[in-house]
Design a protein around this ligand. Structure first.
Ligand SMILES: Nc1ncnc2c1ncn2[C@@H]1O[C@H](COP(=O)(O)OP(=O)(O)OP(=O)(O)O)[C@@H](O)[C@H]1O
Length: 701
């Protein structure tokens, strides 16, 4: 064995001793937590209120602790700092103390651990040596050191390894994104630890870790102010369900589950939309002018509703025709009024008109007006009429009205251009909303309002969502409380923090939808304008975003290193974006594979076979996942071309679903089609998804 190898083995053995001690301590703590839970339940039998509260606190904390101890088992200790004064700190996924309360491991989110991510040779922050400890389960497998302050290093200090980050980046990509807790870089760490109450805006090119930063920031916030962020809830929003699935395991791997993950198509309760509109259509649907279009719709007569009211009353005929009914509706529903909230005013309008008519017709034996109204209100024919004339409307009912070209014209006339209206014709399918429609449904929910409710029974005062925190929560409801933090009630609007990923593609109407859910929230917004598919008015977009984010202090960060793509692959993507933004500042790709992307053209008829072949080749070449990226209209066709290939490693996605995704190998079908369908910026996104291999396949002319 060489000297270097021996030194490495000795250092690994030293770290293993510490890691063993930590796991032994962990076993003791886990037992203690289980005992505390049992003890808590025993206290319950004492029966007085004080004992109950104590029980709840005890059981809740014990159970949470046990849960954390279980979740953080893998690779628990991943770092070590040797400080100037000789002090040694081990950094890990959670904090563990020894019998005498001495810190065996410091939680990565604790202030003391910040130096692990932020210290550099130029600014060592008291750190002499930073050590990255890699493990498999409980076994230390490797060590990588950075000597940051050589002048302060004692004689005996040894330095081993060369580059944990690059080793990490070379690992195969799996179905789900991984946490990066052991290798967070300084510029990323600054964004992660940005003040909790602010609006933190993180931008940067493809693969710079924006998503990773956003998720680690959510974990950081939960650590730094748990009662606020776990109680109030954190909402994480991504562009598509494919993406949300991809990132879903990151927070649990960090021991955090109190965040709700949603795609833009699944934020509104009861709706899960995955279909996307063509980008030009999505831009019209996303424009703020749609609010007024929808408002007009909510004030219109119900399609197929009654056009007259006829009632035989004490031998006379009372009749209201279409013009009278429309006038009554318009009076009861002035601009700004919400239809579901003012139904009573509509009914009163009918009563007044019918009463006036009954008097005019001199119907014999007319009672007082209140009794006349009571009599009508009791009649089933009148009630049937009301149900049909002023039904309680759900957002989906009104959105479906837009599928009727005549109605669409009358609502959108003067607000949208003729070309825009033409784009929307046929773009609404009742019962099958697109992702862009979901923001319209949310807007309609606000525009329609809700019928006044009878006063509610007082809620359970121990319910976590109502703001009473851990200490007063029954521990045996702990599971329910955690679920409540993740699955808010349908009308839940006030998250404590909202994380928006791929924010460049959030339309103005979608910003309104998000803004409603974060009226009191602080925000983390990450995105890359160069990857945007938005073709609408940029000024309007900026205004809508500003309004949603509110007046909180803003902190902006830019990430500059591309950790995903090999330099060879990113060069191809960079060429495309430079065509539309020649002066754009692009991140630097740190890895090189020596393998340039493959650009193939084949006769159109051979595209299916060539696609399959290319996918098979990449599956053999890389260890991890392969993505086949197509234009939106071709998605299903291409899925058939590769049917039968192993689905645990292969995924077919559209260029829009590819946003935020990552694969070891990518087969990109017909780049020109993607450019025409969704624009050069979306092609740039598609070209920057691969870590190791990229094959583009197009039809030859
Ligand atoms: N500090 C880091 N250590 C290890 N891996 C990292 C680090 N930062 C980012 N990565 C990895 O780089 C890849 C890209 O990260 P991420 O998806 O967060 O980038 P992004 O900026 O959101 O990309 P895009 O805008 O293209 O969607 C991921 O595999 C991520 O795990």
């Amino acid at each position: 064995m060489t000297d270097a190898a021996t030194t490495l083995q000795q250092e690994i053995a030293a770290e293993q001793r510490h890691v063993d001690r930590v796991y032994a301590r962990l076993a003791v703590l886990r037992q203690a937590a289980a005992r505390a839970e049992k003890e808590g339940y025993r206290l319950a039998r004492v029966g007085n209120f004080g004992a109950l509260v104590e029980r709840d606190a005890m059981v809740f904390h014990a159970a949470r602790r046990r849960h954390a101890l279980d979740a953080e088992h893998e690779g628990l200790v991943f770092g070590r700092l040797d400080l100037r004064e000789g002090q040694v700190l081990h950094v890990g996924r959670l904090g563990v103390r020894g019998e005498n309360a001495e810190p065996l491991v410091v939680d990565w989110r604790a202030p003391a651990a910040a130096a692990f991510y932020q210290a550099t040779a130029a600014d060592p922050r008291g750190v002499v040596r930073r050590r990255m400890i890699q493990s498999s389960g409980e076994k230390v497998t490797n060590i990588e050191d950075d000597l940051l302050d050589p002048a302060a290093a004692p004689e005996s200090m040894r330095v081993v390894g060369d580059g944990a980050l690059l080793a990490t980046l070379a690992r195969a990509t799996g179905r789900g994104m991984r946490d990066i807790v052991a290798t967070i870089q300084r510029e990323q760490d600054q964004a992660i630890r940005s003040p909790a109450s602010s609006v933190t805006i993180v931008s940067g090119g493809p693969g710079t870790g924006k998503t990773a930063v956003a998720l680690h920031r959510a974990a950081y916030l939960l650590y730094s102010d748990r009662s606020r962020f776990a109680g109030g809830g954190i909402l994480v929003v991504g562009p598509s369900s494919v993406f949300v699935e991809y990132i879903a395991s990151v927070l649990p791997s960090l021991g955090e589950e109190a965040a709700a993950l949603h795609s833009l198509g699944s934020i509104v309760g009861g709706v899960t939309a995955t279909r996307t509109d063509p980008t030009a259509v999505a831009s019209v649907k996303g424009s703020l002018r749609m609010r007024r279009v929808l408002e007009r719709a909510t004030h219109d007569a119900v399609p197929g509703g009654p056009t007259e009211l006829r009632l035989l009353y004490r031998g006379g005929l009372l009749r209201l025709g279409r013009p009278e009914l429309d006038a009554i509706r318009a009076r009861a529903l002035p601009r700004g009024a919400r239809r579901n909230e003012v139904r009573r005013a509509g009914i009163d309008g009918l009563f007044d008109a019918l009463w006036a008519q009954a008097q005019r017709h001199k119907i014999g034996g007319l009672p007082a007006q209140v009794d006349f109204e009571d009599e009508l209100a009791e009649r089933s024919d009148f009630r049937e009429f009301l149900k049909a004339w002023w039904p309680r409307l759900a957002p989906r009912h009104v959105l479906a009205w837009l599928a009727d070209p005549k109605r669409l014209n009358s609502y959108a006339g003067g607000l949208l251009s003729t070309a825009e209206i033409a784009l929307l014709r046929g773009a609404f399918t009742p019962g099958d909303p697109t992702v862009a429609d979901v923001a319209l449904l949310d807007e309609l929910d606000e525009l329609l309002g809700r019928p006044p409710q009878p006063a509610k029974r007082q809620r359970d005062p121990f319910h976590v969502v109502d703001g009473v925190r851990e200490v007063s929560t029954y521990a045996d409801r702990q599971r329910a409380a955690r679920a409540a933090a993740v699955q808010r009630p349908d009308d839940y609007r006030e998250y404590a923090h909202v994380v928006v990923d791929e924010s460049q593609d959030v339309s103005p109407m979608q910003w309104r939808m998000l803004g409603r859910r974060g009226r009191l929230a602080s925000w983390t917004v990450v995105g890359d304008p160069a990857q945007s598919a938005w073709t609408g008015d940029p000024g309007e977009l900026a205004r809508a975003r500003d309004k949603a984010l509110g007046g909180r202090r803003r902190h902006e960060f830019t990430l500059t290193t591309n950790y995903r793509n090999s330099a060879e692959i990113f060069e191809v993507a960079a060429r495309v974006i430079r065509e539309v933004s020649p002066d754009i500042a692009l991140p630097r790709a740190v890895r090189s594979t020596g393998v340039p992307p493959e650009e193939l053209t084949v006769p159109a008829a051979e595209l299916p076979a060539a696609t399959r072949e290319a996918a098979e080749r990449l599956l053999a070449d890389v260890e991890g996942t392969v993505g086949v990226i197509t234009s939106v209209p071709r998605r299903d066709e291409v899925a058939e071309w590769v049917a039968g290939l192993p689905t645990d490693r292969l995924q077919v996605v559209t260029s829009l679903q590819a946003k935020g995704m990552e694969y070891d190998g990518v087969v990109l079908i017909s780049p020109d089609e993607i450019r025409t369908d969704a624009g050069a910026r979306t092609l740039y996104v598609a070209l920057s998804r691969a870590t190791q291999r990229l094959t583009t396949l197009g039809p030859s002319a």
